[in-house]
Design a protein around this ligand. Structure first.
Ligand code: ZN
Length: 416
C-alpha cells in the first residue's frame, strides 16, 4: 500500500534484550526507515534510570536536576548509545520522544521549561545522530470526570497566574467562568440536552455562546497561548541546535484538540509536523471509547433523569462525531465496527488535514491500547485502511515491544 510509518521503540531496553542488529535488520526488512525512541529510561532488575549520565553543566542556574545514571545501567547505557549510532549508520532517521524533558508540574512553570530545553540540548549532545524530537503533547486536560488525570478544569496555579499577567489575561475571571461552566454541566436537564441536539447549529453558534461569556473564550485563548509558547521555545531551541533537526508535537484527536489548547494552524508555525493520536480503545489511558464512556457516565451522575442513550448522543453532538454501533455504555466495550472506520475515522482525519493544510505534516500516533481493552487485529487492519484511504502518508506505530507477529504482518501490508 502506501504508508511510510515510523516505528516507536517505547522500551529502549529492547536493544539489549534482543540485540540492536536483530531489531534494526528486522524492521529494515519490513520496510521501516524511521524510528522514534523513548522514553529514554533503562531498567535492569530493580534499577531504573536515564539512558545517559548527565553533565550538570547543561543545567546551571536551573533548580530541577536530571537523575544520575546508576552504576548497574552503565552497560545498558552504552548498548543504547551504540544502537542509536548503528540505526543512523544503517540509514534510519532517528527521532526522540519523552527524552526526560517533560514538565514535572505545570507547563507554564518557567523552571520546567528551562529544564526541558536543557535536557533537549544535552540529549542532542549525547546522541548527535538524531534527526529530531517528538513532544508528548503538551496539552491541557479535556475530561469532565472529577479528579481525572486529564481534568479539563485545571490549571489555575501560581505559574498560570504569572503567565496570564504576562499575556494580559485575568485568570481569576477565567477560573470563575470555568467553574461556572462546570456547574452548568450538572444542571443539564434532559429537556435542555434534547433542545441542544434538535437545533441545527454551526460555528457561529459557538461564537454566540463565547460572546456572551468572554472569560470563557479567554480561557481557551490562554491555554492556546501557553502551548504556543511552550512548543515555540522548544522549536527555537531545536533549530538553534541544528537547522536540519525537526520538532513535532502530539495533539489529541481533532475533535478534542481545541479544548486541550491546540490550534493546528498557529502551531504549524513552530513545528515541522504533527502527531495526532488515533487512539480508540476503551478504558485505560486516553482512548476515544474511554473518554466517551467517562463523559456519558459523568453527565448521568451529574444529571438525574439522563439515560445512557441521551448522554452518548449529547457527547457525539458536542464534539461533532458519531460512533456507529455504540448505543449504550456496554457497547463501548465491544469491537468498533466497519462503519466506524469507514465514516468516523476518515471524518476526524479530514478535520486534521483541513486544519493543518498539508497532509505531509501529519504523522499520527496509532496505538492499540494504553491499559484498557486492546484494539483487535481486525480493527487494526480497518484503521490502517482508513488512514491510507484518507490520504495520509505516514504514521507512528505504538509500539515495537508491544507488537505481536500478527500485528507486524498487518502493518507490513500497508508499507509503501
Ligand atoms: Zn498551572
Amino acid at each position: 500500500m502506501s504508508l511510510k510509518p515510523l516505528m516507536f521503540m517505547g522500551q529502549i531496553q529492547a536493544f539489549e534484550r534482543e540485540g540492536a542488529k536483530h531489531i534494526l535488520d528486522r524492521l529494515w526488512a519490513g520496510g521501516i526507515r524511521q524510528l522514534v525512541l523513548g522514553d529514554l529510561i533503562l531498567s535492569t532488575g530493580e534499577t531504573r534510570g536515564p539512558s545517559f549520565a548527565p553533565d550538570l553543566g547543561f543545567y546551571e542556574g536551573i533548580s530541577r536536576k536530571p537523575p544520575a545514571l546508576p552504576p548497574d545501567l552503565e552497560k545498558p547505557s552504552r548498548i543504547f548509545a551504540d544502537a542509536v549510532k548503528a540505526a543512523a549508520d544503517k540509514g534510519y532517521k532517528v527521532l526522540f520522544h519523552d527524552w526526560g524533558s517533560y514538565p514535572a508540574g505545570c507547563l507554564n512553570d518557567p523552571e520546567q521549561l528551562r529544564f526541558g530545553l536543557a535536557r533537549t540540548r544535552e540529549t542532542f549532545a549525547r546522541y548527535p545522530e538524531t534527526h529530531g524530537f517528538v513532544l508528548d503533547g503538551p496539552e491541557w486536560g479535556y475530561e469532565i470526570e472529577p479528579e481525572h488525570r486529564s481534568d479539563v478544569f485545571r490549571c489555575f496555579c501560581e505559574h498560570c497566574q504569572r503567565k496570564a499577567v504576562e499575556l494580559g489575561f485575568d485568570l481569576k475571571a477565567i477560573e470563575a467562568a470555568a467553574l461556572g461552566m462546570k456547574a452548568r454541566l450538572s444542571r443539564l436537564s434532559p429537556k435542555v440536552m434534547r433542545g441542544f441536539m434538535a437545533t441545527q447549529t454551526g460555528p457561529f453558534d459557538a461564537l454566540d455562546l463565547l460572546l456572551q461569556e468572554p472569560a470563557l473564550f479567554d480561557w481557551l485563548r490562554f491555554k492556546t497561548e501557553s502551548i504556543q509558547h511552550y512548543v515555540g521555545a522548544h522549536y527555537a531551541c531545536v533549530k538553534e541546535l541544528g537547522a536540519h533537526l525537526q520538532l513535532a508535537c502530539g495533539p489529541r484527536l481533532a475533535a478534542f484538540a481545541p479544548l486541550t489548547g491546540y490550534n493546528f494552524r498557529r502551531l504549524g508555525e513552530v513545528t515541522d509536523f504533527f502527531c495526532p493520536k488515533l487512539y480508540f480503545w476503551q478504558h485505560g489511558i486516553d482512548g476515544l471509547k474511554g473518554t466517551v464512556y467517562r463523559y456519558a457516565k459523568t453527565l448521568m451522575e451529574f444529571n438525574p433523569g439522563v439515560d445512557e442513550q441521551l448522554a452518548l448522543d449529547f457527547v457525539f453532538n458536542l464534539y461533532g462525531f458519531t460512533m456507529p454501533g455504540v448505543s449504550s455504555l456496554e457497547t463501548l466495550s465491544q469491537p468498533l465496527n466497519r462503519e466506524f472506520f469507514e465514516q468516523t475515522v476518515p471524518a476526524e482525519i479530514a478535520k486534521m488535514i483541513f486544519r493543518t493544510g498539508e497532509v505531509e505534516r501529519l504523522k499520527p500516533w496509532v496505538g492499540l491500547h494504553h491499559g484498557g481493552v486492546r484494539i483487535s487485529s481486525d480493527e487494526l487492519s480497518l484503521l490502517l485502511e482508513a488512514i491510507t484511504t484518507s490520504g495520509l502518508q505516514s504514521m507512528i506505530y505504538w509500539h515495537y515491544s508491544d507488537m505481536t507477529q500478527d500485528e507486524w504482518q498487518i502493518l507490513q501490508r500497508f508499507i509503501a
